[in-house]
Structures are given as C-alpha cells and as structure tokens.
Ligand binder design. Structure first.
Ligand code: PEP
Ligand code: MG
Length: 747
C-alpha cells in the first residue's frame, strides 16, 4: 500500500470522526461527508444512496451531481449500477460507466458528464444500508488501493448509520431499528405469541470505528487474537477424545485464528484508520455477504465458523460479554441466527416464541420447539440484524409472519386473533373428555405424537387417548454422548408411568437423514433422506438396536409394550427386526427379567414400496402406522425439507388418496390395525378425509386433538366419502376444493 494513500485515508477518517462528534443534523453531516470524500479521493462526484425501503434506494447526499436530485432520485434494487452494487453487495468499478451493462441514465442528476464510476456497498453484518459512489470526469479505472480506501470509508459510514448519525427527515433518513417491520419466514411450529425480543447472541456495539493511533490498534488486535488463540487451544484440549464434529469445528476455528490472510487484511484496515474492532467487523461483514451467496454447505459452514470467531474476537476487544447484560423479560421471544436443541431446552418453556434467521422445519431445535409447544418461525432473513433486545415483537407461527416493532393497529388485530384462538381452545377443552364418535357412529381414536418427557403432560390436557408415536431419537439427539441403557430404562419408565396405562407406541431410533447424532460417525451421503437411516441403521448396528429393545423391555417391567420400527421398505426388514426383538425377549427371560404381558410389534409405512408388499406381510405385522411426512415426500418425489417444493403437492391429491385407499384395503384383508401419524393427521380437513378413507386411529401434535375432534364430531363420514368419490369421478386433481365447499356449507 502506498504510504501517501495510507495517510490520505487516515486523514479522511479523522475528518469523518470529527463529523461524527459534531452537533450537526443528519442531512448536514451527510452533505459535508460527500464533500470530504470527493475532495480526499480527488473526484468530482461523491454520492451517498440509502435505502428508503427494502427495495428502493434514494440519493441522500451528493457532491457534484445536481443538488435538486437529492431525495428525488430513486432506484430499485438491481436497477442501474448503483442498484447492482446494492443487490449483490459487490464493488462496481467502471472506467466508462455509460457503456457498462445495466447503466441507467438519470437526467435529473446531470451525471452524463461523468465517465468513471466506483460504487461500494454500505453494509453492516449482512444488513444492506446503502451505496457509496465516487465518479470522475476522466475515463479511469480506480486502483485497488482506491477501492480499498472507499470500502473502509463505507464501513465507517455503516457504523455511523448504526449509531444514528444520519437521522433526519424522510424514510431514507429515518432511524434504524425503530421502524416497524413485517418479516416473512416459514412456519415451523404453530401458535401465536406476543412479547419482547431476547437476542440469543446480542450484537456487539462499536462506538469507536475510527482510531487515531494505528500502532496501538494493531497491538490491541494482536493481544486479542492471542487471547482468542489460547482460548481455542484450551477448548481443543478439553474436547480431545470427545465428539469429533465439535473437534472439527474447533480445528477450523484454530485455522482461522492463525490465518495470516485474515490478520493481514485487518492490519491494513487499521493502517487506514479503522479501530481494531471496526477492522474485525469489516472482515465479518464481508464474510456474511459472501455467506449469503455461497451455496456449498461446507463453505457456508466455514464462513459461519469465521462469523462466530469474529464475534468472540469482538467480545474480547470490547469487553462486552456473551451474556445479554439484561434480565430475561417476562415475555421473551428468542431471536437467533440458529440455536442448538440443548440451548433451546435450557430456555425451556420460559420462552413465548422463537424466531430463527436460519433453522429448518426438520431441525433438532424445531423438534424441541414442537415438543415444548413454543411457536416457531424459521428462515426469517435479517431478523438478527433488524431486532434489538427489548423490541416489541408479534409472532404468527401458523402463517410464518413476524411483526417487529408493530404499529398499534397491527397489535390490536393480532390480539383479536389471539383472543379468538384462546376462545377456540376453551371450546376444545369442553369436549376433552367426549369420545370421538362421528355423526354416523364411527369411533375414531385420537392419539398424540411425543418425543420428550416435556410432552407427556399434554396427554391429559389435550384429551389424547394415548401416544401413537413416541419418537425415541429425540432423547439421543439432545445429548452429547450415547445414552446408557440404564438411563434409557429410567426415561422409558417415566414415559410409561406418565401415560398411566394408556398405550404408548415407542418408535425405535429413527436417525440418519436430517437427524444426525452428534456422537456417531457421520457418513456423508449424497441423498441422506434416501440413505442410511432408521431401520437400515438399526439392522446394520445391531448393538444399538438391542440396547434400545432391552431398555424398553425392562422399562415395561411386565406392563404391555408396543414397539414400532420406522422406515420399513420391504417385509424382510420387518422380519429381521422382529427376530431381533424375539431374541432379546429370550435373553431377558434367561436373565430373569419380567417380560411384558403383551407385546405388539408394528411397522411404519413410509415408503410406497411397503404398500405393495406381499399380503403375507400384512398378516404378520401386529399393526401399521402410516408415516405420512416421509410417505408423501417419496410418493411425490418432493423433499419435505425443501421450501421450494414442500408445499407443492396436496395430501388430498387423488393419487395420494389412491395410495391410502390401497393401504386401507390391504390392512382390511388381514385385519391389521392401521393408524396415520404424519403431520397431516393433525390438520382437521386432512384428518377428516383420512377418517373417511377408513383410517380409525390418527396420531397428531397434542394441540391438534381439539380442532380435529371438533370437526369429526360434526361430520358424517359416509357423506364425506361420497364427496371424495364424486370429486375423484369428476377427475379433479385434489378433493380439497370439494371438501372446503362442504365445510363452508356447514357454518
Ligand atoms: C413421518 O414420516 O410421517 C413420521 C411421523 O416420522 P418423522 O416425521 O419422524 O420422520
Ligand atoms: Mg418418518
């Protein structure tokens, strides 16, 4: 880096700092800053564009363009060169801007006179704030040094914006973190909640982006990095011999902490006048911008590691701890980029809701949120940069909507909706003890899905008649090491005790696919959902399967026991598993343990192949439960985790109903009890349709029992069956419209 350039850059930052400290109003400050930058970069033009809403940039200050165009010239994200810088978060450096692809001529600015263009994004930790542009008359390409210098200035502008230095009139100059925002994400656990933001990892506030003494800043950075390295080495020491995945993450941390490139870039930023913490944050911002564009999961993870490491470094530099520094509000809604199942369990039911920037509908955290019945919205982009601790927040887990700092009218409408939901809950409570008998006298058995001890109280509150699916893998997933058999015995015993004689269907370990045990060797597979999972793992790892079977037999201690094997794709798998159960029973008998008075062994039908198994299989199996979540994804070849296709195909599609019909018939021939335990069983219209198709046991989330029962009590299954048959005869793709028509006539 040229020395002259370095001093020039530092001089400019010093002047910016003086601006920051001045008493000026936002607009005046912006005007002066554009003047300073143009002067320092020896350019005729310097302009600052800021976002007035998510899609629109507004020219907020300029030196060199027509003053009349300020607050008048606007462009959409992606429009023109400025819009391009904003959209992709990347520098545009063009010697002959008007001939550049995408150039848009803005007559009101008078910019046709300027040839060269350099635009850099103004962004802070992934939050896009605007674009900083310099232009000059002569046709020249800006040097790498000049680009770098402008990026450093943009970084300072972002920090100034965050600190409220540009607040003024109009939408583009309105203060950050004060406007109300409606953010959309994906619903992961239903329910509504009103509360206040609790950031799982509070943002570090940098009050001194510019520093006077680069030597001192460099020393501070070195000391902090050294402390960070020692910390990472210590963590590595502790983790040796333990969990390999955690070790890998720590090794990546160590690699970054020792990375010369990372250090060099931060030192260069400091040399140009940034403080040590601003230099760290500049690198972090750029890593976040890259993260939003990288699709390779491995690279994304490494960038996320770098992000985490930067946070640690910032905490060391600023002395701001990882604790929030405030007390958990009485109505906390947790906001995080992501959260592990263990952390979420620790917060437990104290949370009113959870909003995640990443996450997924099948992640472990989602499973825990469901078990705790905490409304959850995932994939809410920008939530961690938009929300501040203590902000008012409304969360609609049914629609996947988040209202941050909502207007009063929104709050009122939201509260009305919540009141209506509470009213409905009261109605459901009044039918809790009523047996589910349809108008034409069919008795439907409504049971619930569970996976944690925390679920069990719902057995009483919801009116469920038993547990139709107990997902045993959750207790394996939320731990750091394989549970011991004795621990499992205790857990299963507690579950059976809490069920108090009601039937509990224990599903054996369903791992693989999206459920990866942190302590088991992870085999990378190209298509994990179609890979080594569930019973396939069980049959290959007999030791684990046997341990679980023993634990279940011992926990039952003479009581009736129901075991179900997941993901059976062909009869032989079920037979082998059943053989393993029989062998375990024999062994337990020899060891003198009391055996269950009754033992049922069922299979989950989650792949279309099993519906076409020889009839003999249906004779052999004690019962079948349709795992609709998986069955549907394989039937339609549509990944249940993929937002783009997840909702594309309707469960009430006549083809899918054709498959259900076949399963019902085949179970009917062998008199095999049949249930349905996918999420669809808990959706009233779907549940009604499944009942009308002949399924007599539906297993669902506890909160769904009331709504499903309420509809079934009012329905005549013969009538519904006729509606379905007619719709199929008419050649309709889905029977939903016909059923919805019927439902509308009921009210
Ligand atoms: C299913 O696939 O429908 C099911 C109940 O199992 P899981 O959701 O645990 O895969
Ligand atoms: Mg499944």
């Amino acid at each position: 880096m040229a020395d002259g350039m370095e001093t020039e850059s530092r001089k400019l930052l010093r002047r910016l700092r003086e601006e920051m400290a001045s008493e000026a109003a936002g607009q005046e400050r912006l005007d002066r800053i554009t003047h300073l930058i143009a002067d320092s970069m020896r350019c005729e033009v310097c302009s600052i564009y800021l976002f007035r809403d998510e899609e629109t940039l507004e020219l907020c200050a300029t030196e060199g363009l027509s003053p009349e165009s300020v607050h008048q010239t606007r462009m959409r994200l992606g429009e023109g060169l400025v819009g391009r810088v904003a959209k992709f978060g990347k520098v545009v450096n063009a010697a002959d801007a008007p001939s550049e692809k995408g150039f848009r001529y803005m007559p009101e600015t008078g910019e046709e006179r300027f040839s060269s263009f350099l635009g850099v994004p103004v962004q802070r930790l992934g939050q896009k704030l605007g674009v900083l542009v310099v232009q000059s008359r002569d046709e020249r390409s800006f040097s790498a040094d000049e680009v770098y210098a402008l990026e450093v200035v943009a970084m300072v502008l972002a920090e100034m914006a965050e600190l409220g230095a540009f607040v003024g009139e109009g939408a583009a100059l309105s203060p950050l973190h004060q406007q109300s925002r409606l953010l959309r994400g994906g619903p992961a656990q239903e329910g509504s909640a009103e509360g206040h933001v609790w950031l799982h990892e509070p943002r570090v506030v940098i009050t001194n982006p510019i520093a006077e003494d680069p030597h001192r800043e460099r020393d501070r950075l070195h000391e902090a990095v050294e402390e960070l390295r020692v910390g990472v080495d210590k963590m590595l020491e502790i983790s040796r011999g333990g969990d390999t995945e955690q070790l890998q993450v720590l090794e990546a941390y160590r690699m970054f902490a020792n990375s010369k490139g990372w250090m060099r870039r931060m030192e260069e930023d400091i040399a140009r006048g940034l403080s040590a913490e601003a230099a760290v944050e500049k690198e972090q911002s750029q890593a976040r911008a890259r993260m939003s564009q990288v699709t390779d999961p491995y690279l994304r993870e490494r960038l996320a590691d770098l992000d985490d490491l930067s946070n640690r470094l910032l905490r060391i530099l600023t002395g701001q701890g990882s604790a929030n520094g405030t007390d958990l509000p009485p109505d906390p809604i947790l906001v995080a980029r992501n959260i592990g199942p263990g952390d979420l369990l620790e917060y437990g039911r104290s949370l009113k809701g959870v909003v995640l920037e990443e996450g997924s509908v099948g992640s472990h955290a989602t499973i825990v949120a469901r078990a705790l019945a905490i409304p959850l919205v995932v994939h809410v982009s920008r939530i961690t940069t938009e929300a501040l601790n203590g902000d008012q927040i409304l969360l609609d887990g049914d629609e996947g909507l988040v209202h941050l700092r909502p207007e009063d009218t929104v709050v009122t409408a939201f509260r009305d909706k919540m009141a209506m939901q509470a009213e409905a809950q009261k109605r459901y409570a009044s039918i809790r003890e009523t047996p589910t008998v349809t108008k034409d006298g069919e008795r439907i058995n409504l049971v619930m899905n569970a996976g944690l001890m925390a679920d069990l109280p719902s057995l009483k509150n919801s009116g469920a008649e038993g547990v139709g699916l107990f997902r045993t893998e959750l207790q394996f997933l939320v731990r750091n090491q394989m549970p011991k058999r004795s621990e499992l015995v205790t857990q299963y015993q507690r579950v059976m005790d809490a069920a108090d004689g009601k039937r509990v269907v224990f599903r054996t370990l369903d791992i693989g696919s999206d459920k990866v045990l942190p302590y088991m060797k992870h085999v990378a597979e190209p298509n994990p959902a179609l890979g080594w999972r569930a019973i396939r793992v069980g049959l290959d790892k007999r030791g684990v399967m046997r341990m679980q079977l023993q634990a279940l037999l011992r926990a039952a201690n003479g009581r009736p026991l129901t075991i179900m094997f997941p993901f059976v794709a062909q009869a032989e798998e079920y037979r082998e598993a059943r053989w393993e159960v029989n062998k375990t029973v024999e062994r337990e008998r020899r060891l003198g343990h009391v055996l269950p008075e009754e033992l049922e062994i069922g299979a989950m039908l989650e792949t279309p192949s099993l519906a076409f198994a020889p009839q003999k299989f249906f004779d052999e199996v004690d019962f079948i439960s349709i795992g609709g979540n998986d069955l549907k994804q394989f039937f339609f070849a549509a990944d249940r985790e993929n937002e783009l296709v997840r909702r594309r195909y309707d469960t009430l599609n006549v083809s899918f109903l054709g498959l259900i019909e076949r399963i019902v018939e085949r179970c009917g021939i062998s008199d095999t009890p049949l249930s349905f335990c996918g999420e669809d069983a808990g959706r009233p219209i779907e549940a009604l349709c499944l009942a009308a198709m002949g399924i007599r046991t539906l297993s669902m989330r506890p909160a769904s029992v009331g709504p499903v029962k309420s509809l079934l009590l009012r329905s005549d299954l013969q009538e519904i069956r006729k509606i379905i048959t007619d719709a199929r005869h008419r050649g309709e793709q889905s029977v939903r419209p016909a059923l919805m028509n019927w439902l509308r006539e009921q009210v």
